[in-house]
Design a protein. Structure first.
Length: 590
């Protein structure tokens, strides 16, 4: 018995000591990660910026110390970090060129790919070179990499060049199997977002607008690739129709889609030649993570704030569609914009919008905050991949609006979608209801039955007032007659290039262009840019990641692929605001 107690005590002591040691090692690791994240990268002479196009592209990414701690490689790339790193590489004399290695890469929108490509073209104006290589190019990576001086491909690789297709999904019949259906109020014949729940195919109006914008995006891609590769647009369309991904790689050289076939180790030799290095010399490379920590130009002059508003527009944190995806939370954004308004160091604000919309109520609150800010200092909107419906609502009252040529914008309309679970409860589950009420509409919104005709009429009036207000906001902000806004509203989605023609935006341009315009409106010659809202501290990032379950969400995104968004939409559907100013569907453009 004594031996038993002795062994038990020894085991417990060992576990306690091991826990203490592990805790100490964990703290040391955390301190090391924190220190490394704050470290400044020193650039050696004759260096190359190596840009790995692999993973999921987002407007802006937060650091993920938990992934670093557990040895996970982050699969998220921030558009802001990529473009800023390309600028630093252009301005740094020790960096001689950019090497792009394309892998499995998923961009959030075509406009984001266009922004990266434009940054690469601007880099080339410095006289420096860009070389791209891939085992196989996806259509998106090929579009970006076509800006390079030389495109190399693995001898067994392929170039996926096939054109664009939009494939919305419909849930009406699936929901019906569970006895669930949706009742709909909407304004605008093109306002097609509710079709996801109430139809089994695209309406004629929606097919018309989707056809227009995917053809518009494809035209921009064709024009860009044609200029860089010196291949006619007709030829590029022929190659797409042939589905050249299945062509012999040698034929791709004849088509001028790539310049040379080579293996990875041979690419190193080409880079060394450009750097005038000997065969045995090492190439000094800088990764994206390292470029982020390369010092940029000194902050001089007045401050221009860039406020990033991206994701779904929601009333509060509890309205976020998923635990991992970023949202535009109305009460937080309004407070942030008020702080910028009262910050005398900030001379102008660029509102960077990348949002398909969301809550109509939240959009109106943010519009009000932008209006107050505009009364005190210039506000310029810079539209990213999306600035549609609620995304356009919060942008429309800026002093000046820039969009990318392939920004998806407009969609001026509102809808209300109300789930009817009575079939599930009464027919499928056998739940019975009775009712006692004091007034005519006391039970409005009950789960026991759908809305009746009179109740739907009341809801239609409410939605109609929201649309009239939205339309008036656009008319006032864009200084257009209401009748003219009505002609281009009705929930119609427009591409940036087309939005310019109908005066929904003022110019086609980048975030840089928007910053320059903001400085001009503020009448400042020397300025520097500061990003807002402030990124969370290292410790906040760690605790937020551990609490939010975002690691699991990342794994789910990887597993489900293009089905991730439909899955999360259904999972969190009860969090949606009933009255929405939202873009049609999750636009999966292939």
């Amino acid at each position: 018995m004594k031996d038993f107690i002795k062994y038990v005590f020894a085991t417990i002591t060992g576990i306690i000591l091991l826990s203490i040691v592990m805790a100490i090692l964990g703290v040391i690791s955390l301190v090391g990660i924190a220190a490394s994240s704050a470290k400044t990268t020193q650039v050696e002479e004759n260096s190359v910026f190596t840009l790995m196009l692999s993973g999921q592209l987002e407007e802006r990414t937060a650091s993920n110390p938990f992934a670093t701690l557990t040895g996970q490689v982050s699969q998220n790339l921030g558009l802001d970090e990529i473009i800023e790193s390309i600028k630093k590489a252009k301005d740094n004399d020790d960096i001689k060129g950019i090497y792009i290695e394309a892998g499995i890469f998923s961009a959030d929108t075509p406009a984001s790919m266009h922004a990266i490509r434009e940054a690469l073209l601007d880099f080339k104006k410095s006289g420096k070179w860009i070389v791209a290589y891939a085992d196989s190019y996806t259509q998106g990576t090929y579009y970006i990499c076509s800006a390079a001086d030389q495109l190399y491909l693995n001898p067994s690789g392929m170039v996926d060049w096939h054109g664009l297709a939009a494939e919305p999904f419909f849930l009406k019949d699936m929901l019906a199997k569970f006895g669930v259906k949706y009742q709909l109020c909407k304004v605008g014949k093109y306002k097609s977002a509710p079709e996801q729940m109430t139809a089994d195919k695209m309406s004629d109006a929606n097919r018309e607008q989707v056809t227009a914008y995917i053809n518009g995006i494809w035209k921009v891609m064709l024009d860009d690739v044609s200029k860089s590769r010196k291949v006619s647009i007709d030829s590029l369309n022929v190659y797409a129709d042939r589905y050249v991904a299945l062509s012999d790689p040698k034929d791709l050289i004849r088509m001028k889609l790539v310049d040379k076939l080579m293996y990875t180790d041979e690419v190193k030799g080409e880079i060394k030649k450009r750097l005038k290095l000997d065969k045995d010399d090492m190439i000094s490379q800088l990764t994206l993570d390292e470029m982020i920590n390369v010092p940029g130009k000194k902050s001089e002059g007045e401050k221009i704030a860039v406020y990033y508003a991206y994701g779904d527009i929601v009333d509060s944190e509890t309205g976020s569609l998923t635990s991992s995806d970023h949202s535009i939370v109305a009460n937080k954004v309004c407070k942030d914009l008020e702080d910028l308004m009262n910050n005398d160091d900030v001379k102008a604000v660029v509102l960077r919008v990348n949002s398909p919309g969301g809550s109509a109520y939240a959009s109106e609150q943010i519009w009000h905050a932008v209006t107050n800010l505009k009364a005190k200092k210039p506000v310029v909107a810079s539209m990213g991949g999306y600035a549609a419906s609620g995304g356009y609502y919060i942008s429309c009252n800026a002093n000046y609006i820039y969009s990318e040529p392939t920004t998806i914008t407009g969609s001026i309309g509102i809808f209300g979608m109300f789930p009817d679970f009575s079939g599930l409860l009464t027919e499928k589950l056998g739940v019975k209801f009775d009712e006692v009420k004091t007034n005519k509409h006391a039970a409005l919104g009950t789960v026991s039955r759908p809305f009746n005709a009179e109740e739907m009429a009341l809801l239609d009036q409410y939605i109609g007032r929201g649309y009239v207000l939205f339309r008036q906001r656009v008319a006032d902000g864009r200084k257009l007659p209401v009748a003219q806004v009505e002609e281009i509203a009705q929930g119609r989605v427009w591409l940036g290039n087309d939005a310019l023609k109908i005066k929904l935006v003022d110019a086609i341009g980048s975030l840089d262009d928007a910053v320059k315009k903001a400085a001009s409106l503020a009448k400042v010659d020397k300025y520097h840019v500061a990003g807002y809202p402030d990124e969370p501290s290292w410790w906040e990032s760690l605790t937020n990641t551990m609490n939010s379950g975002s690691y699991l969400d990342e794994q789910m995104r990887e597993t489900l692929g293009e089905y991730y968004q439909p899955f999360t939409y259904l999972k969190d559907i009860n969090k949606h605001s009933a009255i929405q100013a939202r873009l049609p569907y999750f636009l999966e453009i292939k």
